[in-house]
Design a protein around this ligand. Structure first.
Ligand code: KIV
Length: 271
């Protein structure tokens, strides 16, 4: 299938560009990246935002939730990805439980992410209860992306990775993130009809994952998108490549070649 050329950009995407995209009705794209090669690939594909998600704890480190991700780990991965990206807006997740420890701790942690990684914004999961924290970080000059609906850091409270259907709470959480100054808000695992209503009501872009087609933008986890994830992927994912199968085949072929003494051949032999 032919791929459209990456959008031509002569500078980095900014949070204001996302607001303009919403006004112009242009869908916003965001994908995760956790290291140099994935950061380069996402950036080069012309994707608007690169998210260094705390999903790194699951996707890269093999944990069964995002809870183990630490601030030091987010700084480590964030710095690598931000260095790899020249055009995409780089957003780094504030790991659990920093947004629950008061304004000062959250501002300190967000400032550390901004200073030590070179990212342009932070994302934090929260309900209306975290509005004051968002406002504090924004007042410090740090752009914040909210994250409502299924908040994976609260998986144990939700009793699993479940669709969130409480319309009033979803509205309250998304609206309070916008009122607190967030520049965009992720809606995760929200019924499409509710996501559409919230999207219509909010003055900032909604970025959906498992939230239907009406959101102003879409986000997916890199490894899900390219077929590198281990285990079951959620139904809302579309997998565009079978990178895992390709890699497994390449490894098996190389192992066979070594075992049959076909590798290294004359071309790979020096001297
Ligand atoms: O950590 C992450 O990858 C995320 C996305 C799923 C939105 O928060």
């Amino acid at each position: 299938m032919p791929h459209p050329p990456a959008p031509r950009r002569d500078r980095r995407v900014t949070v204001t560009d996302l607001g303009k995209a919403m006004e112009q009705g242009r869908p916003i794209t965001m994908a995760t990246a956790y290291d140099w090669p994935t950061g380069r690939l996402v950036d080069a594909a012309g994707i608007d935002c690169v998210l260094v998600g705390d999903s790194v704890a699951m996707v890269v480190a093999g944990h069964d939730s995002t809870i183990p991700a630490t601030l030091d780990q987010m700084v480590y991965h964030g710095e690598i990805v931000a260095r790899a990206c020249q055009r995409s807006l780089v957003v780094v997740d504030l790991p659990f439980p920093l947004q629950h420890l008061g304004n000062l701790r959250a501002i300190e942690a967000s400032a550390r992410l901004l200073k030590e990684t070179g990212c342009q914004a932070v994302k934090l999961e929260g309900t209306a209860g975290q509005a004051e924290v968002i406002a504090g970080i924004v007042a410090a000059g740090i752009p914040v992306m909210g994250h409502v609906g299924l908040r994976p850091q609260a998986v144990h409270q939700f009793g699993g990775y479940r669709m969130q259907r409480d319309r009033d709470q979803l509205f309250r959480d998304a609206e309070s993130a916008a009122e607190a100054g967030a520049f965009a808000v992720v809606l995760e695992c929200v019924p499409a009809a509710i996501a559409a209503e919230i999207t219509e009501a909010l003055p900032i872009p909604t970025i959906g994952i498992g939230a239907g087609p009406s959101c102003r933008g879409q986000v997916l986890v890199f490894h899900d998108l390219v077929g590198l994830s281990q285990g079951r992927v959620p139904r809302f994912v579309r997998t565009y490549a079978s990178a895992g199968t390709l890699i497994a085949e390449a490894l098996a072929q190389w192992r066979d070649d070594v075992e049959a003494r076909r590798f290294p051949g004359p071309d790979e032999t020096l001297g």
